[in-house]
Design a protein around this ligand. Structure first.
Ligand SMILES: *Cc1c(COP(=O)(O)O)cnc(C)c1O
Length: 424
């Protein structure tokens, strides 16, 4: 039997999660939650003692930490795009949600702002003040000095991982990836990694992927979405517990989280991709061509030719370039004329670049396919290219043409920074 840790990057490895008995997974999760709660007690007590809070009051606050309560984790660098205080946009609603005694919810917030980021520091100060309001005491816990050790406890010990970046600013959101593989269910804006990983069964999406012109409207809609989903989906799923204190629904979400992201979002998968798609092909190219100086010299000369002559390439449409509306399953044929005054057709690749046009003008489902020569006029250096595009879904499509450099010593056509688009 291969050791599972040698196959972290493969999805099959993670499908076996289904065979873990629910009681066992839940017990493991609760152990981590207990450990986290002990840590939170210490951290919060230390902070409040420094602020000269009386012992009785500190004790009153920390004794409310409840391992059986739905626990939401929210830990971030307090960069403003992360919208650290979005959760408190409507204080009445969040008060109501946190103070349902039958279905308690507690929130752990950890943060760190850059020493020179005054705005970020103010956000933390605001959360500190909020957490000491009577209705939030013992419900919202602020942890200072977010670091990797704390992050480890949080992303393995809470039930839900919240992330509220302002779309489309989140590059990735790696903390959510780390949480997910620990069976912590994500509840996030459809941005960064979550826009790719969310599959409707492994967590929840805040808001929609609509575009906003105005930050205020965006913040209002997103925060209302947070409250609605908490009330209608997350809290009911968590508290649908059987006599053994286990919610089948919740365990399914946990397992779906682990299964759907453990392989795909692992560092192992990233490294395997780097090796297979970049390092190995580059090493092979090197061994095959770059050890011979003549090859290198010729390729350098060709590159100089490319740069000298690239601008003289002319592309003309053969058919009408207007956008086209098609039914699903249709195939369309497109063609263009390319004039290559000083470059050989062997050293270029002509491509059709197309995509579906959405109502707001955005283009989605972008694809690029190579085109083939079907006729040439050597004297005038004119070459005619065509391609068939198979459209799997109907709707309005737009397409255009481009020419890229091509050579066996070039790992990727983009690497020379030469792309000639048709000029309309
Ligand atoms: C994972 C991690 C981050 C990055 O989190 P993002 O969600 O990508 O912003 C920052 N700080 C610590 C301590 C982490 O563990």
């Amino acid at each position: 039997m291969p050791y599972w840790q040698d196959n972290i990057h493969k999805n099959e490895t993670w499908e076996k999660i289904d065979s873990i008995p629910n009681e066992k997974l839940w017990k493991e999760h609760m152990l981590r939650k207990q450990k986290l709660i002990e840590f939170v007690k210490d951290n919060v007590s230390t902070r409040l003692r420094r602020e000269h809070y009386p012992y009785e009051e500190i004790n009153e606050i920390t004794s409310k930490l409840d391992p059986n309560a739905l626990t939401i984790g929210f830990a971030r660098r307090f960069a403003t795009y992360k919208r650290g205080t979005l959760l408190f946009k409507d204080l009445e609603r969040i008060t109501e949600i946190l103070n349902n005694n039958k279905k308690p919810v507690q929130i752990l917030i950890a943060g760190k702002a850059h020493p020179r980021d005054k705005e970020g520091q103010d956000l933390i100060k605001y959360i500190h003040e909020i957490s000491l309001k009577p209705q939030f005491k013992g419900k919202i816990f602020l942890l200072e000095n977010y670091n990797m050790g704390m992050s480890r406890l949080l992303i393995s010990g809470v039930d839900v991982w919240l992330n509220t970046p302002r779309r489309p600013m989140e590059a990735s959101g790696t903390s959510g990836e780390k949480a997910s593989v620990n069976g912590v269910v994500n509840f996030s804006i459809l941005d960064g990694w979550w826009a790719e990983a969310y599959n409707q069964k492994n967590g929840w999406a805040i808001g929609t992927n609509k575009e906003y012109e105005n930050y205020d409207i965006q913040d209002n809609e997103d925060s209302q979405s947070i409250y609605n989903i908490l009330e209608n989906k997350i809290i009911p799923a968590y508290y649908e517990k059987d006599e053994n204190g286990i919610s089948e629904k919740w365990l399914e979400l946990m397992k779906n989280s682990i299964k759907s992201t453990g392989g795909e979002y692992s560092t192992a998968r990233m490294l395997v991709d780097y090796c297979n798609k970049l390092y190995m092909p580059l090493a092979n190219l090197y061994n095959k061509y770059y050890t011979n100086l003549n090859n290198v010299g010729e390729f350098e000369e060709l590159k100089r030719e490319f740069y000298r002559n690239w601008n003289a390439i002319e592309i003309k449409e053969q058919n009408n370039m207007n956008n086209i509306a098609v039914d699903a399953g249709e195939t369309i044929k497109v063609s263009c004329e390319v004039r290559l005054p000083n470059i050989s057709p062997e050293n270029i690749q002509v491509e059709v670049y197309y995509g579906k046009i959405r109502e707001n003008g955005m283009v989605e489902k972008i694809a690029v396919i190579p085109m083939q020569i079907y006729e040439e006029n050597e004297e005038e250096r004119k070459y005619y290219y065509e391609a068939q595009i198979e459209l799997t879904t109907g709707g309005e499509y737009g397409y255009t043409f481009r020419v890229m450099p091509k050579h066996e010593m070039l790992l990727d056509a983009e690497n020379l920074n030469l792309v000639k688009w048709i000029e309309k």
